[in-house]
Design a binder for this molecule. Structure first.
Ligand code: NDP
Length: 254
């Protein structure tokens, strides 16, 4: 296979959870540009219909379900596989943040954050993997974070959830390698999305971030597309259980 052909996703179908905005939407558009058919997900169907109209290639399918609901996730995926066809690539991207000092962190927010950032990757991953196992092939990408490796004040539960998803990536990779499923993670640094709105608005934080990041700036969501296409494609056929940090060098430096 010629080098660039290895990255071609023509004929593949990718479900990206949490793709109504931010990183998920950028990854969905990038995978679409690489040739994949896209299945958008989020909780708001109207919003998903609106973003679907922005795609330049074939119109994406829409699968609105709440990833924290295991029955709803399974039902939506099983129905889609039966009626529309196989999901070849799954990107577990949906996630949330909640900031509070750990001693005051509300229990209900801790539970909601864990269900969204880690339980959901298991629910959706298991539902999709059962179909991939039947076909003996598939790709799963879990969106991790620099917080898979590091901590910062006021986000201890997020840090715990992102540490867990990095290790779930290894667990999924090891359990499902024998079924021809490659599972890897992408760990983004700091990207200007709604999830980070409080940080984007904080000039002191931006100044600190620019000093702390070896490449010296916030990142653009499109800068995650290369890693996602690589991990979705034949180019990464022997890569599994790995987490690629796309963080401008943050985790490489003290
Ligand atoms: P945003 O808040 O911009 O987007 C989150 C997306 O997840 C939305 O599309 C939202 O859709 C969806 N979502 C949230 N909860 C659910 C749910 N229960 N069911 C279905 N969809 C849901 O976040 P980002 O784009 O910034 O983050 C995306 C991922 O990247 C997250 O896992 C985050 O932890 C990770 N990340 C982000 C970084 C950054 O710098 N931004 C850095 C490192 C990691 P809707 O509300 O319409 O349902």
């Amino acid at each position: 296979m010629a080098a660039l052909e290895m990255f071609d996703l023509t004929g593949k179908r990718a479900l990206v959870t949490g793709s109504s905005r931010g990183i998920g939407l950028a990854l969905a558009k990038g995978l679409s540009e690489a040739g994949a058919m896209i299945v958008l997900n989020g909780r708001d169907r109207t919003k998903l219909e609106q973003v679907a109209s922005e795609f330049s290639g074939p119109a994406p399918a829409i699968l609105d379900f709440d990833v924290t609901d295991p029955e709803a996730s399974r039902a939506a995926i099983d129905r889609f596989e039966q009626e529309a066809g196989p999901i070849d690539i799954l990107v577990n991207n949906a996630g949330m943040q909640h900031r509070a000092p750990l001693e005051d962190f509300p229990v209900d927010q801790f539970d909601r954050l864990m269900r969204t950032n880690i339980n959901a990757a298991f629910y959706v991953g298991q539902a999709v993997a059962r179909h991939m196992i039947a076909r003996q092939k598939g790709r799963i990408i879990n969106i991790c974070s620099v917080m898979s490796a590091l901590a910062r004040p006021s986000i201890a539960p997020y840090t715990a959830s992102k540490g867990a998803i990095a290790n779930l990536t290894k667990g999924m990779a090891i359990d499902w390698a024998k079924h021809g499923i490659n599972v890897n993670g992408i760990a983004p640094g700091y990207f200007k999305t709604e999830l980070n709105a409080a940080l984007v608005a904080d000039e002191d934080f931006s100044a600190w971030l620019e000093r702390r990041t070896p490449l010296g700036r916030w990142a653009e969501v499109e800068e995650l597309v290369g890693a996602a296409v690589f991990l979705s494609s034949a180019a990464s056929s022997f890569v599994t259980g790995q987490v690629i940090y796309v963080d401008g060098g943050i985790t490489a430096s003290v």
